[in-house]
Design a binder for this molecule. Sequence first.
Ligand SMILES: [Zn+2]
Length: 345
Amino acid sequence: MNGIIISSTEDDGMNGIIISSTEDDGMNGIIIHNHEISPYWIERLREAKEQGTELDVLALHPVGGRNATDSLNGLIEQIKTPAFRTFTEQVADLGMQLEYEMHTLSWLLPRDEFAHHPAWFRQNAEGERTPDANLCCSNEEALTYLEERTAHLASLLPQSGNRYFFWLDDIGGARCHCPRCRELTTSDQAMTVINRMLRGIRRVNPRATLCYLAYIDMIAPPTHVRPEEGIFLEYAPIKRDLSRPMSDPTCEKNAAEAQHLAPLLEFFGTENAQVLEYWMDNSLNCRWKLPYKKLPFYPEVIAADAAFYRSLGFAHLTSFGCFLGEDYAAEFGIPPVCEYAALLK
Ligand SMILES: [Zn+2]
């Protein structure tokens, strides 16, 4: 495992991003909000490591939704602080990689560009251009701008490894209905955008890989647009029933999500494929609003799901672990991070 380089270097042309040799072996992770990081989380991770579990990745996740741009700007400012530097050094000392997973589109293409470039933005079902979400993926100027901004964002994030998780806007039904985009599925439109984002990131890190986040109305694979080399599948079954295994065909919700797995893996392949689960996601449990509720924890389901996903070829298993910070622990006790990590074996 390599360490983490915090500051940019002048001579390697990669802004301090270093190469890990462990990524292809598969990794287990947990994703927490960046505003929840503290020595408390280092303690949770240290406990999990000391118990011999294989937790390899900590990913930071700025809050999504309508305020995703502000959240991402908050992370970018946080990265500059001594406290953040200390935190990332401690993560590296535990032998863990640091990654970022977040909705980036509204940061990459700021909404106020609409005043000057309405054609960059999507046409809604009523035929009106709107800056509410995503963009027109047939507009070359918009894609060029997006590619440059993506390179800039990648240069601002001191991560270890080559895996990037820059997601589109967190809004269903946000496809472009213009005459040129109309024939493309939502997944095809997303694939077009993601391919351009990878080109941008590779200006900063030539070995970068980027996820296609399969969830909500992007959960079916694209039909017309092929992924460029370096795109990998990230599968996030947000509509599932967490109290029952994904492989349970009698669970209607899980069967509806699981039906996409075979076509997704056929389309994207298993290389670098990652599951992004909700097993430990207390923000989902709280419907992304305070007050906290106690996290429901289903160890048998996690164990069954981990075996199921691995049997399909997923080497990377991870879960949201948001809303489980210090405030949560004060109210409900230490969350089952060690137990979770042990179940991923
Ligand atoms: Zn369009």
